[in-house]
Design a protein around this ligand. Structure first.
Ligand code: 0A1
Ligand code: ZN
Length: 855
């Protein structure tokens, strides 16, 4: 069994050594790789006699200390460490070891994605390459030489700038890269392959030329142009918005098919899941393009927030991730639509982070312990982390925030620091001491989503807001303290005119705010722009009014969502459909606003958001009510929806400008709403759209609509889709997802059968996520009353855990809503998870998730 020990934040100890430089020599062969690692090391703590390096599953060949070969009495290799005894104050340590990247299915360390050698070292992959002080506070200067067969691997890439290259005997060649910027080992990377490339250049603000390359499988070059444009947009944005320039001669990006996550910010050599690089209108949806733009930017922004200034230990992960997500969200908002971006970000936060925060897996953005750090690349650390930064931005204001960021970069450049250091920079610029940073810090150490109960009253021209914060207990039932946050509110007159907007600062468990000199009781617009990541509970809601009159685009959306949520909940108790809701929906249908925004206003609440509001979750009534609401809306507004569809359906338009994207979003929203009628007319519309549209956006929506309403046309379209795209794995992910998310009967059997499809490969994370991962989010069938969905996913966890533990623990987290479910579903899950956790040699990743759920 793996080591299940718990690592704690409080146990951090500075390392007794530093690595001044690290020279790596990689000899790549088809069956194995030889790594020679030469480090110049200094002792910082005279008490340290022996040096203990991290090392995982390594085959040691030779060890030299100051050029003297050591015999095996001078060192010791264990499963997870390598120790050299009695080392002097300064020494050179050379270690030669052997690896088998071809057999590496965990996709950590050095591995093969198809025929490409590549690496993934964050957080602890480097120890699978060579023994090292594999912790982020050990920063060193790396030189990398790669030697390989020139015909098979003409492209050899490393971090930093290329220093030299030359041909060797036997058709081999070698390339040396030097990275002048000291960095932790998690940012180290190499790539070797026979790759296609597109190249460009960027001139920085200080007139330095940077070579830009995007590498991919040969033949896919034409799908890299959008990524290249996004990279250049990100480079300009970071210069203009934060004064940050790029700092090497070259910026390389490599797209690979087998990758555990989205992408990785290795210094000067980003490695990407090909999903976030490759796109053209025929094969990628508008959402895919947006994803590429934001992930390319995210990795680029890490060059300053992550690489130049990194984390002291992994408990500080949000220091780089929360901040970088905030930066990429602002970038996407600046380039596209502020209002749509904010809503999409909040939607994502609620679907993923709020659910996590209400589960046994809840943790603060700065966790205090972990078994496997791989499990903490979570929505909480990333997305809630970004919300915390956003609150600081709101509290300080744009220019003060920028001043604080400048100070942060100036003070900590080249160092591994803590969130406390970041907050210090923020507090330094707050000359007037407007922000209570001591209390604000609770966001870093407390978990759970606070609920704000709101009551209001009006008397003699004075409007009073009474607020009460309900802060959930920690997972272990320890009580938590009230949070400190900005709450943007607006007051609106009954004529619909804005009276005032104010940013309140909420800090107490209970407090009141008064607004004087008002003629009548105003309408309240609360948490504008979602200024704090909280849940608002109001006694009386004025949704219809706010949907009409609020100038805040977020609250307008929020009101439409909340109105629909409450209406659906009433339908669960089989009440009549609220006529005022229908009126408001009709009002939005006629609104003349930006089209993508309108599509969001017309979106009905997800199953997840309905589920989150139930005390004891039973999915059947949720589904029934949602389906009924959709049908009633489609019946009532059929003609209007058809008009919208006809007006905006432009099958030959494949442009990516705001209007074209908006038209597709809106008319596809209309089509989806109409699909609940399951009529011949709608089937014909969808089938025609499937056949005639030039974009993947239109094709997948049509395919999904057909799949869910008719086996005949659905089957025809699905077969056609398969034939058209079976050679393109990225597109086949969509095919598997449509099957796995289907609401039609017999889904589980189809998912099981899909595993035998020649395109499917359980070693490729994207495919596993598309089939098994999407099935585990198909609430109707994953939570089937006979337990079949749970049994299937549990089996897959056991099977995939042996291949790729990170993938398996990702799947396991689908069970995190366990404690919210009704007794029948709980019993079924318990049985399955007990079986998984008792599996022989289960990984610590999966063990950690399941043990938390079962606790
Ligand atoms: N730092 C990357 C995320 C990442 C984390 C872990 C990985 O493999 C185990 C891969 C990527 C980012 O934030 O983009
Ligand atoms: Zn990141």
């Amino acid at each position: 069994m793996s080591d299940m020990s718990v690592i704690c934040l409080k146990d951090y100890k500075k390392c007794g050594f530093e690595v001044e430089s690290c020279e790596l020599y990689f000899e790549l062969f088809e069956e194995f790789v030889i790594v020679t690692n030469t480090m110049e090391i200094n002792k910082l703590d005279a008490q340290e006699k022996h040096i203990k390096l991290d090392s995982q599953e390594l085959e040691l060949l030779e060890v030299y200390l100051n050029d003297l070969k050591l015999n095996d009495t001078r060192y010791d290799i264990q499963e997870e460490s390598f120790t050299v005894y009695n080392v002097p104050n300064s020494f050179s340590l050379k270690i030669k070891n052997k690896l088998y990247p071809q057999n590496n299915t965990e996709l950590e360390g050095l591995y093969k994605s198809g025929s490409i050698f590549c690496t993934q070292n964050e957080p602890e992959g480097f120890r699978r390459i060579t023994p090292y002080l594999d912790r982020p506070d050990i920063m060193s200067v790396f030189t990398t030489t790669i030697v390989a067969d020139k015909e098979r691997y003409p492209v050899l890439l490393g971090n930093g700038n290329k220093q030299s290259s030359h041909d060797l005997a036997d058709g081999r060649h070698e390339v040396t890269w030097f990275d002048p910027h000291p960095k932790p080992s998690y940012l180290f990377a190499i790539v070797a392959g026979d790759l296609g490339v597109i190249s460009d250049e960027f001139i920085t603000a200080s007139q330095t030329k940077v070579e830009l390359n995007i590498y991919c499988d040969k033949g896919a070059e034409s799908k890299c142009f959008f990524a290249m444009k996004s990279l250049k947009d990100a480079m300009i944005w970071d210069e203009q918005k934060y004064g940050r320039e790029y700092d090497l001669d070259v910026y390389n990006i490599v797209a690979v098919d087998s990758f555990n996550m989205g992408a990785m910010e290795n210094k000067g050599l980003n490695i990407f899941n090909s999903h976030y690089v490759l796109a053209d209108e025929d094969k990628a949806t508008d959402a895919d393009f947006m994803g590429i733009q934001s992930v390319i930017a995210h990795e680029y922004f890490h060059n300053w927030t992550g690489n130049r200034i990194t984390c002291c230990d992994w408990f500080e992960l949000t220091l780089k991730e929360g901040l970088t997500v905030f930066r990429d969200q602002c970038f996407s908002a600046d380039l596209n639509s502020q209002e749509v971006q904010r809503i999409e970000d909040v939607k994502g936060l609620r679907e993923r982070q709020f659910v996590e925060d209400a589960s046994p897996m809840a943790h603060p953005i700065q966790p205090d312990s972990y078994i496997s750090i791989n499990n903490f690349y979570t929505s909480t650390v990333y997305e809630k982390g970004a919300e915390v930064i956003r609150m600081l931005h709101t509290l300080l204001g744009e220019s003060r925030f920028r001043e604080a960021m400048d100070l942060y970069f100036k003070t900590f450049d080249g160092r591994a620091v803590r969130t406390g250091d970041f907050l210090w920079a923020m507090s330094e610029v707050d000359k007037e001491k407007r922000v209570d940073f001591t209390q604000f810090k609770r966001w870093y150490h407390q978990s759970g989503t606070p609920i704000l109960e709101v009551k209001d009253s009006f008397c003699d021209g004075v409007y009073t807001l009474d607020l009460k914060q309900v802060v959930p207990n920690k997972v272990d039932e320890i009580k938590q303290e009230p949070f400190y946050f900005p709450l943007k509110v607006g007051l609106i007159g009954s004529d619909g005119k804005e009276i005032k907007e104010e940013m309140l600062v909420v800090s107490k468990e209970e407090e009141s705010f008064v607004f004087e000199g008002l003629e009548a009781k105003p309408y309240l617009s609360i948490n504008r722009g979602f200024s704090a990541p909280i849940i608002i509970k109001q006694e009386k809601n004025e949704y219809a009014f706010l949907m009409k009159h609020d100038k805040d685009s977020f609250v307008k959306y929020e009101s439409a969502q909340s109105f629909a949520l409450e209406t659906t909940e009433k339908l669960m108790e089989s009440a009549e459909l609220d006529a005022e809701f229908l009126n408001s929906f009709g009002y939005v249908l006629d609104l003349d606003v930006e089209l993508s925004y309108k599509a969001l206003l017309l979106e009905l609440p997800s199953i997840s958001s309905l589920m989150q509001r139930q005390k004891v979750v039973d999915f059947t009534p949720i589904y029934k009510a949602k389906e009924r609401l959709e049908r009633e809306i489609a019946t009532e507004f059929k003609e209007k929806l058809l008009d919208i569809y006809r007006l905006h359906h432009k099958p030959k338009n494949k442009e990516l400008d705001t209007v074209s994207v908006g038209e597709r979003a809106l008319k596809n929203r209309a089509l989806r709403l109409l699909s609940s009628l399951e009529s011949r007319e709608v089937i014909d519309l969808a089938y025609k759209q499937y056949q005639e549209s030039l974009t993947m956006t239109d094709r997948v929506v049509a395919l999904d609509v057909l799949e869910n309403i008719t086996s005949h046309e659905g089957g025809l379209a699905l077969d056609d889709f398969y034939e058209r795209y079976k050679d393109d794995t990225l597109v086949m992910n969509k095919y598997f997802s449509i099957i796995a998310a289907s609401q039609r009967e017999g889904v589980l059997l189809r998912v099981i059968a899909s595993q035998d499809d020649e395109v499917y490969d359980k070693r490729v994370p994207n495919l596993v996520r598309s089939l098994v991962g999407v099935f585990a989010k198909n609430y109707k069938y994953f939570h089937a009353a006979d337990g079949s969905g749970y049994a299937f996913v549990a089996d897959k966890i056991i099977e995939i855990d042996k291949i790729n533990a990170q993938m398996a623990s990702g799947l396991a987290s689908a069970f995190k809503i366990y404690n919210r479910l009704n007794q029948n579903n709980k019993n079924l899950i318990k049985k399955e998870l007990e079986c998984v956790i008792s599996t022989h040699s289960l990984s610590k990743n999966t063990y950690e998730i399941i043990s938390k759920i079962l606790k």
